[in-house]
Design a protein around this ligand. Structure first.
Ligand code: ZN
Length: 140
C-alpha cells in the first residue's frame, strides 16, 4: 500500500499549489506581518482575518526530530528507519513545519542544523516539501 497523501482543501490550497511549483508558501497577516502555519482563519498575533499567501525562503533549522524504527501507518514500512523533523523556519521564531529529511542519516541530525527545503513530486497533484542539510555557504 502506498502511503497516504495530504488532503487539499480551501484552507491549505495555497500551500499545496505552492509546493507543486516548488515554492514554500504560507499564510501571512497583512496587518502585523506574522507568518501563520498551519493555516488558520485568524492571525494569532492580532486576530486579523486578512491572511494572504506569501513565499518563504525555504531555509530553516532542526527544532526537533524523531526516528521511526517500527511500522505504524500503512505505506511507510519500507522507509523504516526514517526521521520526521520539526523545522523552525528562518522567517520567524516559532514558525514550525514538519517533514522528512533526505540526504542525511538519522544519526547525523543535530538540533539547530541548517536545512533547506527540497521537493518530492509524488503525483501530478501532490508535491511534498522535504528537507536536507543546507549547502555550506562558501566563505572567502
Ligand atoms: Zn496579524
Amino acid at each position: 500500500m502506498d502511503r497516504p497523501l495530504p488532503v487539499v482543501d480551501d484552507s491549505n490550497r495555497h500551500y499545496w499549489d505552492g509546493a507543486r511549483q516548488h515554492r514554500l508558501v504560507m499564510q501571512r497577516c497583512v496587518e502585523c506581518r506574522t507568518w501563520v502555519h498551519p493555516p488558520r482563519p485568524m492571525c494569532p498575533g492580532c486576530r486579523s482575518e486578512r491572511l494572504v499567501p506569501e513565499e518563504l525562503s525555504g531555509k530553516g533549522r532542526v527544532y526537533s526530530w524523531s526516528v521511526m524504527h517500527s511500522g505504524g501507518n500503512p505505506g511507510f514500512e519500507q522507509r523504516i528507519p526514517y526521521a520526521v523533523l520539526v523545522v523552525e523556519l528562518d522567517e520567524q521564531k516559532g514558525l514550525l513545519t514538519i517533514g522528512n529529511i533526505i540526504d542525511c542519516a538519522a544519526e547525523d541530525i543535530e538540533i539547530e542544523m541548517p536545512l533547506e527545503v527540497t521537493w518530492e513530486d509524488v503525483t501530478d497533484e501532490i508535491t511534498l516539501p522535504q528537507w536536507r542539510p543546507a549547502a555550506a555557504v562558501a566563505t572567502s
